[in-house]
Design a protein around this ligand. Structure first.
Ligand SMILES: [Zn+2]
Length: 290
């Protein structure tokens, strides 16, 4: 157990629009590579980075120049998964009972609740239990600031424009690991869109993005195997004009999954995502009621 719980840099970065705003917000909760000093893991940082959505905030970096905000988490996804509810705690990870109500999302079964117990290939992240104080520290200083900032960005866009479109940005392993929900060895599509079976955004928004990727030559699936988790659920209400969609990109398209280096495919993907952002900004502007 570490001696002190530390916070030496802000948990997030906001990149606000640099031109007139449109009701469009991007967030990248898993691309951070900061390992806080109190992490207390037993694997190497290189090993832990396989949980990271490497380069995702860079791939969408053009968003502010089209009037959209971009939020990125700076901390490692294996330290705390910002795409989880604070009630989604794995009780087996703690050395004492959690003193607040828990709601099991099903992720703890795979060792990947709010704080992960293991990587997707089953390797344990800790050789110890975590204290309630450590869990509390991670929630208070990492989860809540991130989710609160995302809420404010979405609410700000909605207040200014009468509508909001939120894109929750991720990448996925090209092949499922031992603890992956779709099973070990499963090969993923190029792109998986998640709208929680049509409940987190209007069907036209999912279809707009699906058509874009399909026309660009990508193999796209919708809600298979990823439907979207907490961040597309928490702040969406399509009936009130609050739309959230998750985009998962296959890491095999743009990076070496062993060395984390960019591959030759990076530039093409980046160019395609720049075109996607431009198209979505135009769409969001057309739906603004400002
Ligand atoms: Zn992710």
């Amino acid at each position: 157990m570490p001696d002190a719980l530390s916070l030496t840099q802000p948990a997030l970065r906001v990149h606000p629009p640099t031109v007139a705003s449109v009701p469009l917000v991007f967030d990248s909760p898993h691309s951070g590579s900061w390992f806080p000093a109190d992490f207390g893991h037993c694997l190497t940082e290189h090993e832990l980075r396989c949980g990271e959505d490497t380069y995702i905030h860079e791939l969408y970096a053009i968003a502010p120049s089209h009037g959209a905000a971009l939020l990125e988490a700076t901390f490692a996804r294996t330290y705390l998964d910002a795409n989880r509810a604070e009630t989604d705690i794995d009780p087996d990870l703690l050395d004492a009972p959690w003193p607040h109500p828990l709601i099991d999302s099903g992720k703890a079964r795979y060792g990947q609740a709010l704080v992960w117990r293991n990587l997707s290939d089953g390797r344990s992240i800790y050789a110890r239990k975590l204290s309630v104080a450590e869990m509390r520290h991670r929630i208070d200083n990492f989860l809540r600031p991130y989710q609160q900032t995302l809420r404010e960005l979405i609410e700000g866009a909605h207040a200014a424009h009468g509508v909001s479109y939120h894109v929750n940005c991720h990448s996925m392993l090209s092949v499922g690991g031992k603890m992956s929900q779709d099973g070990a060895g499963s090969r993923r599509a190029d792109i998986v869109l998640g709208d929680r079976d049509g409940s987190s955004c209007a069907p036209e928004f999912t279809e707009l993005v699906r058509t874009f990727f399909a026309d660009a030559g990508y193999d796209v699936r919708v809600n298979d195997p990823y439907k979207g988790v907490e961040l597309v659920r928490a702040f969406s209400a399509p009936q009130q004009g609050r739309h959230s969609l998750q985009i998962e990109i296959n890491r095999g398209l743009y990076m070496n999954e062993q060395t984390y280096e960019k591959t030759a495919g990076y530039q093409k993907l980046e160019a395609d995502l720049q075109a996607l952002v431009a198209m979505l900004a135009k769409f969001a502007r057309s739906r603004s009621r400002a």
